[in-house]
Design a protein. Structure first.
Length: 252
């Protein structure tokens, strides 16, 4: 092709056709420019396709992690709700019974073990860390980016703080009533638990007060868990609509 262009230009010069030579040269430049633009366009298209494929893979990993966290969170909310309800019942019982009439076996060992339970969420964050290292801007949808950063950079750190508060309240309860606690293994349980086996008037009031403080932390934590679950559900719906519904249609 290059030899053809050179030969044509040489013939025009030899024939002293300067105007045609200039027009031909201009046309040749235009063809080169068009070729460059086409090459750049193809290159940009390839890069866009690569970025789109990378975005899809990262979002798919994120969806899988969120689904696992969603399942664990649902279980934690149910468990924590049971702990809160059982502990409320314990406070009600202790407020009614005199210390000398407290009967661990009569009230129910299994019931009393709920007082000192706690839960802790272990969210899956590997996909988000990968996305964060490559740049959150890889996610093209503004709403999805908002939900992602809200969940991982705002809500999860807040949960860690309140989980820590609940654990501190639990530890304070243990430490304050260490002399009143005994180790048991409730029926159908794999693990041992500490429960109060006796009370004085002062230790009973202390136990109730410490448990009430722990309950407050649990109630707040349960509310934050529920809000997080709502956000995860919303994000999963957006991901499904933006990335995976079209993908399913194409596969079908």
């Amino acid at each position: 092709m290059i030899k053809f262009f050179k030969k044509t230009r040489k013939q025009l010069l030899n024939q002293n056709k300067v105007s045609k030579y200039l027009l031909y040269g201009l046309g040749e430049i235009i063809l080169v420019v068009i070729g460059i633009l086409i090459a750049l366009s193809i290159n940009n298209w390839n890069k866009s396709k690569q970025l789109a494929n990378l975005e899809y893979r990262l979002v798919l990993e994120l969806k899988n992690d969120l689904t696992e966290t969603q399942n664990e969170l649902t279980g934690d909310i149910n468990t924590l709700s049971n702990i809160i309800n059982k502990s409320d019942s314990i406070i009600t019982y202790l407020n009614k019974v005199a210390p000398e009439n407290y009967d661990l076996n009569g009230y129910g060992i299994n019931n009393m073990t709920w007082a000192l339970f706690n839960v802790k969420l272990y969210p899956k964050t590997i996909a988000y860390e990968n996305l964060k290292s490559l740049g959150i801007q890889l996610v093209s949808n503004d709403s999805i980016r908002f939900y992602i950063t809200d969940i991982f950079d705002s809500r999860l750190p807040r949960i860690v703080l309140w989980e820590g508060a609940a654990i501190n309240s639990q530890t304070n309860l243990y430490n304050a009533l260490e002399q009143n606690l005994t180790t048991i293994k409730p029926d159908n349980y794999e693990y041992y638990s500490l429960v109060p086996f006796t009370f004085t008037r002062d230790s009973k009031n202390l136990f109730i007060n410490r448990l009430a403080i722990l309950q407050n932390d649990r109630i707040v934590l349960n509310s934050i868990y529920t809000d997080l679950l709502d956000q995860i559900n919303n994000l999963l719906k957006l991901l499904e609509k933006e990335y995976f519904i079209t993908d399913k249609i194409l596969k079908d």
